[in-house]
Design a protein around this ligand. Structure first.
Ligand code: UFG
Length: 343
């Protein structure tokens, strides 16, 4: 439908979803959010409303509830869908695989069936660089780098998720999709009104660093310092969450501009690797805070080194990151300090 700019965002109150809403609104889209708040926090909704200047429509629905989701598709004529809603803790997925297979795979199937039923063409899926596993040889991966057997059920849900979308697309040519393969999303909105809200003890590096600096965690343990990398610690491609959010808007705009068949996978990273130790040093230098950290043993299943070849995102989506790792550190720290005021 021409000029229809109504986008369904599942998991829209989560970390990446909430930042994406801001970019969508800036670009003139009307976001309709579905989130059942099992992994989102209402502080983020308050911050989001302040930033965008209005209260967006939020439906508290489990995406696996097909009947309720169907009602929503009847109510709105969506021009596109960004599907974030999914569990994302690698370690937890090993302990509770069925929780992950049920929610992540079933949720995606429901959304895809409804997209077909209601003829919503433009579909953006949250995938992950986890589909590349540990890169053999070159540490910079492009979209043609072979996908491998993931090291966790979470990873399988992303690999299978991409496969589901490709299979659906193959027999439904008018269904157009982009699988965005995120590298490591970090940071927070520069206003510090929204950011990452880990439930319980954080697994990821950035929230662990900021929580240690603020005193919520006692000590940051670096998981291994004997890897064959620049300084022995693991290397990742850290992408600022606001840049990542912007990539979703570009993906939707790209899909809208297509007439023919379209099925793409696109890396969303900076193209630059940073080691864990380098992140810590940058944190201390940029914030002036002294971080309590120590070296510990390797974490099972950790990828040693990976970073994106970011050429396709630039060529296809006309997207490039604007923030640096240092920006992300400062914004994450500002957000942590802001959260303390709510505690
Ligand atoms: N790290 C530490 N100490 C910590 C936390 C993390 O040393 O307390 C290290 C990790 O061992 C790793 C690096 O910091 O070397 C980054 O770890 P994260 O947990 O922040 O990120 P991962 O790269 O392990 O995982 C991320 C996403 C996953 C995704 C994966 C794909 O969280 O969703 O990238 O590689 F599947």
């Amino acid at each position: 439908m021409e000029n229809n700019k109504t986008i369904l965002i599942t998991g829209g109150c989560g970390y990446i979803g909430s930042h994406t809403i801001i970019e969508l609104v800036k670009a003139g889209y009307q976001p309709i959010i579905v989130d059942d708040f099992r992994n989102a926090n209402r502080i983020v909704v308050d911050g989001l409303c302040t930033i965008i200047g209005f209260s967006p429509s939020i439906y508290e629905i489990d995406v696996c509830n097909e009947a309720q989701m169907d009602n929503l598709f009847q109510e709105y004529s969506f021009s596109g869908i960004i599907h974030f809603a999914a569990y994302k803790a690698v370690g937890e997925s090993v302990q509770e695989p069925l929780k992950y297979y049920h929610n992540n795979i079933e949720g995606l199937s429901v959304i895809c069936s409804l997209a077909l039923k209601y003829k919503v063409s433009n579909f953006v899926f949250s995938s992950s660089c986890t589909v590349y596993g540990e890169p053999q040889g070159l540490k910079e991966v492009n979209e043609k780098t072979p996908k491998v057997q993931p090291s966790s059920p979470y990873g399988y849900t992303k690999l299978v998720g991409e496969q589901i979308i490709e299979d659906v697309q193959r027999v439904n040519p008018s269904f157009r999709a982009v699988n965005l393969r995120y590298f490591n999303p970090v940071g927070a909105h520069p206003s510090a009104l929204i950011g990452e809200f880990p439930i319980g003890r954080p697994n990821n590096l950035f929230p662990f660093i900021t929580q240690t600096a603020i005193g919520k965690q006692e000590c940051l343990v670096i998981n291994g310092n004997d890897y064959p990398t620049v300084d022995g610690t693991c290397v990742r491609d850290y992408i600022h969450v606001c840049d990542l959010a912007e990539a979703h808007v570009q993906a939707i705009a790209f899909l809208e501009a297509q007439n023919g068949v379209c099925m793409e996978a696109v890396n969303i990273g900076t193209g630059k690797g940073t080691s864990v130790l380098e992140v810590i040093q940058l944190f201390e230098k940029n914030t002036g805070e002294k971080l309590n950290w120590k070296f510990g043993p390797r974490r099972e299943g950790d990828v040693i080194e990976i970073f994106a070849n970011a050429a396709k995102s630039k060529d296809l989506l006309n997207w490039s990151p604007t923030f640096t790792v240092s920006d992300a550190i400062l914004h994450a720290w500002k957000w942590e300090k802001n959260l303390q005021l709510h505690a």
